[in-house]
Structure formats: C-alpha cells, structure tokens
Design a protein around this ligand. Structure first.
Ligand SMILES: [Fe+2]
Ligand SMILES: [Fe+2]
Length: 274
C-alpha cells in the first residue's frame, strides 16, 4: 500500500501576522500537524506529504522558513508544488535541500513511491491569480507519462481543470484545461489528479478518473454559488485528504479527514449508557 497525505492552501504569513488580518494560518497548520501526529499510529505508514500550493500567503522567504519549522515534526518526504500565492524563486531557495528540486523554472518534480509515480506540476503564472500549463510543463508531463508507461500515477497541480461553481474562484481558473485533460487521456493506467486553490473538498469525474480539490487546513472559500456572490471566506473546520493505492486491486482510495481533536472515540458496543 502506498499512502500519501495531501494538505493544501496553508497561506503561511510572517510571525505576528494574520492572513487577511483575521486567520492565524500558522496555528491552523500546527493544529493539523499535531493532529496528524496523534493519529499516525492508527493510519499506518505515510509515504509522502503532498502540499498542493499556496504554501505561503505572499511568497516571502520568512514565510517559507516559518512553514519549514511548522512542518518539521512530521518528517515525511515532501512533495511540494507552488500556488498563485507562492513565488517560484523564493520557494526554490527555501527547499534547495530537497533532492527532487532541480530547477525553479518551472518547479515541476517527479517522485517515486514503490509502484506509484507522483508528478507535481507548477501551473502558476508569475504575478497572476490564474494558472496555465506552460509549453515547457506540458512537454515535461508528456515525457514523464511516457516514461511511467501505464503504471499508476498521481498528478498534482494547484489550479483545478474544472469549475467549482463559485464565481470569484472560477474567475482565476486553470486556463485551457483541455490541454491538461488531453495529455492525461494519453495515460492508460490508474490515475488520480489532486488540486488545491478552491479551499473546499470537491471531486469531479472526468473520463472515468477522479480529479479532487483538497480542502484547506486554514480558512475555506465560502460556499456561495449565486451569481455575483462576493469573494468571501469562512472558518470551517480545517481538513486534509489521505490517498491510498492498493496495488493488489489497482485501486486508489481517498479519505477526507477533519482536523481534530474531536470527542471520542467511543466503543459502539460495551457498557455505554443509553
Ligand atoms: Fe489558496
Ligand atoms: Fe490559489
């Protein structure tokens, strides 16, 4: 079994700052890290931690340093890709010790966990809120999928290639999503596509494979699909995803896990009252 945890949209700010003047994003991440540690024995071995972008809120070096400190207790192999709030160069400089980082232009990376290949894509466009697969990244993805040659693959990128129905988020989409979908269509093996950006758990099924957006461990984008709805966030419970691949049945399974602690566990049977 290969098990990958996915956290997303951490939006880490500097020491003493709050995102949007309200959200203590470092406390949200540290809560998630503590919770993951507390359930680690229950879920079993974790092979990698995938972070699907917006690692920091402003892409500043101090924010990446703070992020590294906050992630330190987990000690899992990292799979990082940038979001529109990140800055390639600063992110590259912060993680040059990671062997898989070879270039900041763009920050694409290939990771292997047993039978599974994880391809982390950089779909950011410097200075823009929307995303786009550059020609360089499209070429890289085609080459990597050819190399993977039908083996199970996880593809990560920040901007989802489908609409959420939330207007102000759909206004900063992955441009030309059909380019990505066409390339993915060339891969015949099992595949799972993992995104962030929308700060909500949303899954779309395209051509028989799932494309999921992870929730944020910090603030959520407020669910309002009415036309002209304002750009708003809410403080819903932070959550993350746990993805597993079982090679014996060639199947991906994804769990949504809300950050605790929660009351419980309680036995279903035994000497409970009521
Ligand atoms: Fe975000
Ligand atoms: Fe984003």
């Amino acid at each position: 079994l290969v098990r990958i945890l996915q956290i997303s949209d951490l939006h880490i700010v500097g020491e003493g700052e709050l995102a949007y003047g309200v959200v203590d994003t470092a406390a949200c991440l540290s809560g998630a890290v503590n919770y993951i540690q507390s359930v680690a024995l229950n879920i079993g071995k974790v092979d990698g931690l995938l972070i699907t972008g917006d690692l920091t809120d402003n892409g500043r070096a101090a924010e990446y340093e703070r992020l590294k400190e906050l992630l330190n207790p987990l000690n899992y192999p990292l799979i990082l890709l940038p979001g529109n709030h990140d800055k390639r160069d600063t992110m590259f400089d912060a993680f040059t010790n990671q062997i898989w980082i070879s270039s900041s232009e763009p920050l694409n990376s290939h990771h292997r966990f047993g039978e599974i290949n994880v391809l982390a894509l950089d779909c950011t466009v410097p200075g823009q809120p929307y995303g786009e697969l550059s020609e360089q990244t499209s070429f890289w993805l085609r080459e990597k999928l050819a190399e993977v040659n039908g083996k199970p693959v996880i593809i990560g990128l920040h901007h989802p290639p489908f609409k959420s129905g939330i207007e102000h988020m759909d206004a900063q989409p992955l441009k030309d999503p059909e380019i990505l979908l066409e390339i993915l269509g060339q891969h015949v093996g099992p595949k799972l596509v993992l995104c962030g950006h929308v700060h909500r758990y949303i899954t779309c099924f395209h051509d028989g494979f799932p494309i999921s957006i992870a929730p944020s461990v910090a603030h959520s984008v407020y669910l309002n699909q009415s036309s002209g709805a304002p750009s708003e966030y809410a403080l819903e419970p932070g959550a993350f995803l746990m993805h597993e691949y079982d090679p014996s049945i060639q199947q991906f399974t994804s769990h949504l896990v809300q950050v605790g602690p929660h009351p419980g566990p309680y036995p279903f049977f035994g000497n409970q009252k009521n």
